[in-house]
Design a protein around this ligand. Structure first.
Ligand SMILES: *[C@@H]1O[C@H](CO)[C@@H](O)[C@H](O)[C@H]1NC(C)=O
Ligand SMILES: *[C@@H]1O[C@H](CO)[C@@H](O)[C@H](O)[C@H]1NC(C)=O
Ligand SMILES: *[C@@H]1O[C@H](CO)[C@@H](O)[C@H](O)[C@H]1NC(C)=O
Ligand SMILES: *[C@@H]1O[C@H](CO)[C@@H](O)[C@H](O)[C@H]1NC(C)=O
Ligand SMILES: *[C@@H]1O[C@H](CO)[C@@H](O)[C@H](O)[C@H]1NC(C)=O
Ligand SMILES: *[C@@H]1O[C@H](CO)[C@@H](O)[C@H](O)[C@H]1NC(C)=O
Ligand SMILES: *[C@@H]1O[C@H](CO)[C@@H](O)[C@H](O)[C@H]1NC(C)=O
Ligand SMILES: *[C@@H]1O[C@H](CO)[C@@H](O)[C@H](O)[C@H]1NC(C)=O
Length: 225
């Protein structure tokens, strides 16, 4: 349900708020990091934005006045908290750095997806297998791969980006074992929206072409952005 998913994010937001308010000793399990503060700001911002959109609010709460009042009261607190947090310029610039890192991480992942799609299109055996020998699908993948190559070339020509990706890769390799978990955890929050967007664009394409491969979908989605 829409409301329950909304509530889940509110609970998350308030959980972070609570954590921030407590003594560092009582929350010895997990220190409040800049990253968690930046994440908290994102949640608080979303809450304030929701509360200010009466259409959306009515929709999410099915026009329940009690729920609307609850959200508005939470948003009012969130707004106060945001004002305080925003006044910390150190934190604001740290968040800008964290957000940029997450964006770079997303771009590196996209390059990998594009490369996979290109490799697939270049391997007749793998392609026939993936497309179950359906020529329409084979052609569609090849067309996508051509676009993917253009996009990848543009990204690869950005040495800032490729250098950043290399360093992310080696830092992940050194944090061995949990590489995938670490990778997804670090970028999950900020990449969630862009990945979702890429995936949904990809899903549209999937409906048309009938592919069932997440990397193809993400790559395809990327190209439709
Ligand atoms: C908890 O925080 C309060 C006020 O911020 C402080 O006076 C108190 O000493 C702290 N308690 C501990 C155990 O650190
Ligand atoms: C409010 O929410 C509605 C529905 O979710 C959306 O279409 C609209 O663009 C939003 N308005 C503003 C000002 O963000
Ligand atoms: C509105 O929401 C409140 C709190 O969640 C709930 O107790 C109440 O039953 C709801 N009212 C209606 C009319 O659904
Ligand atoms: C501002 O934020 C930084 C980074 O999170 C923190 O170390 C510092 O204590 C904060 N300053 C104030 C005045 O709250
Ligand atoms: C092409 O794909 C097949 C099946 O997935 C694989 O066994 C083969 O090694 C690939 N060939 C090349 C040149 O990558
Ligand atoms: C190159 O990539 C970096 C990191 O993602 C980005 O900040 C920068 O804007 C890109 N440069 C160009 C010319 O696209
Ligand atoms: C990384 O992990 C693999 C097994 O997952 C292991 O074989 C390898 O030795 C590890 N490398 C380093 C540098 O720890
Ligand atoms: C091949 O794929 C296309 C596009 O997904 C589909 O419309 C068509 O029915 C498929 N053909 C066969 C023979 O399965």
């Amino acid at each position: 349900m829409q409301f329950s998913s909304l509530f889940f994010s509110l609970v998350l937001a308030t959980a972070v708020v609570a954590k921030g308010d407590k003594n560092s000793t009582s929350t010895s399990t997990k220190a409040v990091t800049d990253k968690s503060l930046c994440k908290e700001m994102t949640s608080l911002n979303q809450l304030v934005k929701l509360a200010s959109n009466t259409t959306k609010l009515a929709d999410k709460t099915k026009n329940n006045a009690t729920k609307i009042a609850d959200i508005q009261s939470m948003a009012s607190e969130a707004s106060t908290k945001l004002t305080t947090m925003s006044s910390n310029t150190t934190l604001m610039s740290t968040c800008a750095v964290i957000d940029a890192a997450a964006k770079t991480d997303d771009e590196c992942q996209s390059m990998k997806s594009l490369q996979k799609l290109i490799s697939l299109a270049g391997n007749d055996t793998a392609l026939a297998d993936k497309a179950k020998n359906n020529q329409t699908k084979i052609d569609a993948i090849k067309t996508m791969a051509t676009k993917a190559q253009t996009k990848l070339d543009a990204m690869t020509s950005n040495t800032t980006l490729t250098t950043a990706c290399d360093s992310i890769k080696s830092s992940k390799a050194s944090k061995n074992g949990t590489k995938d978990a670490a990778a997804s955890a670090s970028s999950a929050a900020t990449s969630a929206s862009s990945t979702a967007k890429a995936k949904s664009a990809g899903t549209m394409l999937n409906a048309k072409v009938g592919l069932i491969s997440s990397f193809v979908l993400v790559a395809a989605g990327m190209m439709m952005l």
